[in-house]
Design a protein around this ligand. Structure first.
Ligand SMILES: [Zn+2]
Length: 379
């Protein structure tokens, strides 16, 4: 990319830089607080106190005790992270990026907690049932079931999960629909639907995405984008999303995820065996007081792999951008949509190299624009 870096762009405003800096600190703090809670629970032995309480309240029923333990752990971590979450809510308002009222935000938090609790309960009950019944191969079986759940979730998310937080309706704009059909036919593929995503009731930011698997595969376009961008610009965004579809990025991401979670479950097993057999921290692997240890392994692994997974995501984004350049008549609308997006969302065009490397799932906007300009010159 070195040739493209010589192209200079207007620097980001002080406001944009401040917003992104605060957002980054917030996510680091959020992660740090969660990490610290797990370590405190393990070091102080309070995780054992919670386990005993769960056992007592469930009258020694193992499955019910596991559930109560998960509930307590999630509530404690929610209470501890709530101030940071609220700060995040205020931050969006402070930078005039949000339309969401406090009540609506609180309601979203409750729904998020409920969904999180339901999913966590399924996974944790599965893990500890297997740890009891299949102590040798629990991690392999758990991984396989976990992957089936992931695929199912990817499939259900657009029709079950997202509508819990946002309203969606089929795109009505005939002109845009026609353009998409032409784009898809040129790609020799078919996307099953384009939906308007009513983002404006909560946010002033614009967004678009390809979601779902199989029959639920669809492109979603925020109304904040549909209302403020020209048809040419929306077509460029559509072409980018179609690029993800053509290159099968969702499927590939699931395969990558499968490798990462296999490594995670294997590592969890190694750490668990060590903690029980060598260090005698827990009596048996199925003692669910060790749950914070398993979560800690998963959190540490995802932290270590984050730069690599972000690099993989940026690779996919560049591929989708290239697909867009190839399928629209001019790259100009792509460039103007990128600039509009960065202004509307206060996204940094030129984050520092290490920030991009560490945190960004998308290439810096300056780099994406530069790539479009290079492509236009060469073709
Ligand atoms: Zn993308």
């Amino acid at each position: 990319m070195s040739a493209t870096e010589t192209i200079t762009l207007a620097a980001d405003s002080a406001e944009t830089r401040r917003y992104n800096r605060l957002k980054r600190w917030l996510s680091v703090a959020d992660f740090g607080v969660g990490f610290a809670l797990l370590i405190v629970l393990l070091v102080t032995g309070w995780t054992g106190v919670l386990r005993d309480l769960a056992y007592r309240e469930s009258r020694q029923n193992y499955t019910l005790a596991v559930f109560l333990y998960v509930v307590m752990l999630m509530l404690i971590s929610k209470v501890i992270s709530l101030p940071l979450d609220y700060y995040g809510f205020r931050l969006e308002h402070r930078f005039n990026l949000s339309n969401q009222r406090l009540r609506s935000w609180l309601w979203d938090e409750c729904k998020g907690l409920g969904i999180g609790l339901a999913l966590a309960t399924i996974v944790v009950e599965l893990v500890y049932t297997l740890l009891r019944e299949e102590p040798q191969h629990w991690w392999l079986i758990a991984w396989a079931v976990f992957m089936v759940m992931m695929v199912l979730l990817a499939q259900l998310a657009p029709v079950v999960l997202f509508p819990i937080f946002y309203k969606f309706e089929p795109l009505e704009n005939e002109e845009l629909k026609h353009r998409l059909i032409v784009l898809s036919e040129r790609a020799g593929t078919r996307v099953r639907g384009v939906y308007k995503w009513n983002l404006s009731e909560k946010s002033k930011k614009a967004n678009a995405a390809l979601t779902g698997l199989g029959a639920t595969r669809r492109i979603i376009l925020a109304d904040t984008l549909l209302d403020h961008y020209s048809d040419d610009e929306i077509e460029a965004v559509l072409a980018h999303e179609l690029g993800h579809h053509v290159h099968r990025h969702i499927l590939k991401s699931i395969v990558v995820e499968a490798g990462v979670t296999l490594l995670g479950f294997w590592l969890a097993n190694v750490v668990l065996r060590y903690s029980v057999e060598q260090r005698h921290l827990f009596e048996t692997p199925s003692d669910f007081a060790n749950l914070p240890l398993l979560i800690l392994v998963a959190a540490a692994l995802s932290l270590v792999l984050m730069p690599a997974l972000n690099a993989y995501s940026r690779f996919n984004e560049r591929q989708a951008d290239r697909y867009c350049f190839e399928s629209v008549p001019s790259v100009e609308p792509f460039i103007s949509s990128m600039n509009k997006l960065s202004e509307q969302n206060l996204a940094e065009k030129t984050p520092s190299r290490w920030v991009e490397w560490l945190f960004h799932s998308h290439p810096a906007i300056a780099r994406r624009v530069a790539a479009a300009e290079v492509w236009a010159r060469e073709h």
